[in-house]
Design a binder for this molecule. Structure first.
Ligand SMILES: Cc1ncc(COP(=O)(O)O)c(C=O)c1O
Length: 311
């Protein structure tokens, strides 16, 4: 068996049981490994879907330049898919993003425009909106408002979970654009309304790359909040400690948003007698190698003394 090109390898990611995190027999936690997608994150799914939908709608021409405000993963994914389909791509990235992500964008052939770090990801969105007004060749697919974002998860991520684990009882995913929670949430609840959908959201003022706080004022139009049964808040420290623990206990090297969803899943699991929780690990740890956070939290926290032995 072989694939005809790299884009065909998007999706169908492995689902792995995290046995060591189960609080009691009968409660199982499974991780969907989105870091194994070709550009390294869950965003390959939506990049392919959004570009193919825009092509089908006749929005893309040979001189079109795709433009997207992105904290990194969506940009790298769009750079991959655009490049394979022969389109130019420009990413508007907050200065706060990691060097690795910016470097990856450039290596995938994207042009990068930096927006002010102080204005965060909302600043990148505002700048991209201004640029689209100024240059006709720019086409912004805008993941935050594009229904193809959620549709990609309805058609692929959600369908894969139901195929692999039809008796899933809870989904926990991070809240960024809201595409994952909305698309998967719709698909799972159609299968069984009893399936609970829980969002992991950073506490206001806490930075967890890829995730956003709704309290900052921007509610992504693609997010359907009526599908959320619960929303739990996390600090950056909780996310990083769980990310380290995941590496130590299960050998999974994931990014910090994965630690955030794991923390939320463990809180949910605590109150369950039995059931199956699926968590979405949106990317791997590779793009965050330069982060000080891997070691920073260890000095002060009692849990970190244990985790310290892992490094
Ligand atoms: C690392 C990471 N985790 C989680 C998310 C959240 O996914 P979504 O945008 O579908 O809400 C993102 C989105 O950018 C991400 O980059």
């Amino acid at each position: 068996m072989y694939y005809h090109n790299i884009l065909e390898t998007i999706g169908n990611t492995p689902l792995i049981e995290l046995k060591s995190f189960s609080p009691r027999s009968g409660v199982q936690i499974f991780a969907k490994m989105e870091g194994v997608n070709p550009s390294g994150s869950i965003k390959d799914r939506i990049a392919r879907k959004m570009i193919e939908q825009a092509e089908a709608q006749g929005l893309l021409h040979t001189d079109s330049i795709l433009l997207e405000p992105t904290s990194g993963n969506t940009g790298v994914a769009l750079a991959l898919v655009a490049g394979m389909k022969g389109y130019r791509f420009t990413a508007v990235v907050s200065e706060k993003g990691t060097q690795e992500k910016r470097r990856m964008l450039e290596l995938y052939g994207a042009d990068v425009i930096l927006s002010s770090g102080a204005a965060g990801s909302n600043g990148a969105i505002r700048l991209a909106q201004e640029l689209v007004q100024q240059e006709k060749r720019y086409v912004m697919l805008f993941q935050y408002g594009n229904l193809a974002n959620a549709a990609a998860h309805y058609e692929t991520t959600g369908a894969e979970i139901l195929h692999d684990l039809p008796d899933v009882s809870v989904l926990v995913a991070g809240l960024g654009s809201g595409g994952t929670l909305t698309g998967m949430g719709q698909r799972l609840k159609e299968h069984s309304p009893a399936i609970r959908v829980v969002a992991a959201e950073p506490m206001q003022g806490e930075s967890i790359q890829g995730l956003r706080s709704l309290a900052d004022g921007f509610i992504p139009p693609v997010l359907d909040q009526s599908l959320l049964d619960d929303k739990m808040l996390i600090t950056s420290q909780q996310a990083w400690l769980r990310t380290l623990q995941l590496r130590k206990q299960e050998g999974i090297f994931a990014g910090p948003s994965s630690g955030a969803v794991l923390d939320v899943a463990l809180r949910v699991a605590e109150h369950m007698k039995q059931g199956k929780i699926v968590i979405i690990l949106a990317d791997g740890g590779w793009k965050y190698l330069s982060e000080q956070n891997w070691t920073m939290h260890m000095a002060n926290d009692p849990v970190s003394a244990v985790l310290g032995a892992a490094l």
